[in-house]
Design a protein around this ligand. Structure first.
Ligand SMILES: NC(=O)c1ccc[n+]([C@@H]2O[C@H](COP(=O)([O-])OP(=O)(O)OC[C@H]3O[C@@H](n4cnc5c(N)ncnc54)[C@H](O)[C@@H]3O)[C@@H](O)[C@H]2O)c1
Length: 432
């Protein structure tokens, strides 16, 4: 198997996040803490996972980061835009994810990550009042301002390469419209300030126009649109999305493949969440919740394949609720009531109560996505990176549709890395 020609990860990699809230500030903090030797980068495959190469008997199990040429943590620089947070330290304090004690050694570096003025429009996020917001004659003009921000950031921080990871709020629900159909219609729409162009799409356009890979951490459509996919291919840029797979959906994509593997039936899955962070406040608006709901609901059907197994999975009530409950802050509680059935249709119940920490789970994903996207870009890949489906609640995929089963996603991710490096994929068929 011939290896791809992958450019080395020399120089600095800038990670730009539109949105500097709980997830982004925890992601920066985690990297800085790991760099200072204060905390292991738990949760990041790029830092902690090993990958088996060849037959089991060969005993070759390097760390992924020793196997593929990833940017080193020492070479990362952070930047971002936010309409509210002035800098990453303030963002971290507001988010309340990390204690003051944990923030103290990181505070100088975090404070130095100053938010750039955002492209923000309250029509898309009703429950937030933006104060650091760009103004411009048109959406085209705003996109040009973001392009200028990108160039300035790259020059000032002497970066060799950049990646952009959306860590901003979930925007109001939208369906693709005519303006999203082609690069030409989208650019005309920017110039005419078409109301169907959301702020996240302006950042994404600016990134792709600048040759910067883009990962979409929210369920917003953003790059899951023909115009953006075309632009990514045209400009040779890698993209991936959407909606970080963290708490409840992570559990769902771990459990559901297990039920299916044992041919156990499923009658219903009721998921509810209480959370009290800014994300919860944004999702309290029905329009923003709908974007999230669509993303969360897609998972079960694809894993369980009701078209192949109608008697097991043809009649499922799948309900997802999110309730804003300030006392919990970022420490979300996700309950699942799962109704399964076995031989002769006898019902059984499983209850999962995941007392999770949303941003602690999302932050390692931000790092992995940034490093893997940068790798893909250096490996000459462009367009949608399906091998990164592992990280997404609602993976962006080609015409055959997404793969949601986390174990298949993991195999696909690792086999992609093996193939790019000229190693044989592992099929587990051998018994060595
Ligand atoms: N934490 C998780 O486990 C998780 C999982 C999946 C998806 N997400 C998504 O990740 C995103 C970030 O989550 P969070 O918990 O950090 O939320 P947060 O509310 O703490 O941070 C989001 C930040 O984005 C800013 N923002 C809003 N609109 C913006 C714009 N147009 N440009 C720039 N900044 C903008 C807000 O001011 C806020 O500071 C949300 O969309 C959330 O739904 C989070």
């Amino acid at each position: 198997m011939a290896a791809l020609d992958i450019a080395p990860a020399t120089g600095k990699l800038g990670i730009l996040t539109p949105g500097m809230g709980a997830v982004a500030s925890t992601a920066y903090a985690g990297v800085i803490a790991a760099r200072m030797g204060l905390a292991a980068p738990i949760g990041s495959l790029t830092q902690m996972a090993h990958i088996r190469l060849g037959e089991r008997s060969e005993g070759r199990n390097p760390l992924i980061r020793d196997f593929v040429p990833l940017a080193s943590l020492d070479d990362l620089v952070f930047g971002g835009w936010d309409p509210i947070s002035p800098n990453a330290l303030e963002a971290a304090r507001t988010a309340g994810v990390l204690t003051n004690e944990d923030l103290a050694p990181l505070s100088a570096e975090l404070e130095g990550v100053v938010a750039m003025d955002a492209v923000f429009d309250q029509r898309w996020v009703k429950n937030l009042d933006g104060v650091r917001v760009k103004t411009g004659a048109s959406k085209w003009d705003l996109a040009q301002q973001v392009i200028a921000d990108i160039e300035r950031f790259k020059a000032e921080n002497e970066c060799d390469r950049l990646v952009m990871v959306w860590c901003g709020s979930t925007e109001a629900y939208q369906e693709p419209s005519e303006v999203h159909e082609s690069i030409e219609s989208f650019e005309a729409g920017l110039k005419a300030s078409d109301p169907n162009i959301a702020p996240s799409e302006i950042y994404a356009y600016a990134a792709l126009a600048s040759g910067v890979p883009y990962a979409n951490g929210a369920p917003n459509l953003t790059i899951d649109l023909p115009a953006m996919e075309q632009l990514a291919i045209q400009n040779g840029v890698a993209i991936t999305g959407k909606d970080f797979k963290t708490g409840q959906t992570l559990m769902k994509t771990i459990l559901a493949p297990g039920f299916k593997a044992r041919m156990l039936g499923l009658r219903g899955w009721y998921s509810t969440n209480i959370l009290g962070n800014r994300d919860g406040e944004v999702l309290d608006d029905p329009e923003n919740f709908k974007t999230k709901e669509v993303s969360k609901l897609g998972v079960l059907d694809t894993i369980l394949q009701p078209e192949l197994y109608p008697e097991l999975y043809g009649n499922i009530d799948h309900v997802v609720r999110i309730n804003y409950y300030p006392p919990r802050g970022d420490n979300k509680e996700g309950w699942d009531a799962i109704d399964i059935f076995g031989r002769m249709g006898y019902p059984m119940q499983i209850k999962v109560d995941f007392m999770c920490r949303d941003s602690i789970l999302a932050a390692p994903i931000v790092l992995d996505l940034a490093l893997f996207l940068d790798l893909a870009q250096r490996a000459g890949q462009s367009g949608v990176q399906e091998w990164l489906s592992f990280y997404w609640k609602s993976p962006q995929a080609g015409p055959v549709g997404p793969e949601h089963d986390i174990f298949i996603q993991q195999i696909k991710l690792k086999n992609t890395l093996r193939q790019w490096m000229g190693e044989e994929p592992v099929t587990h068929a051998e018994d060595e």
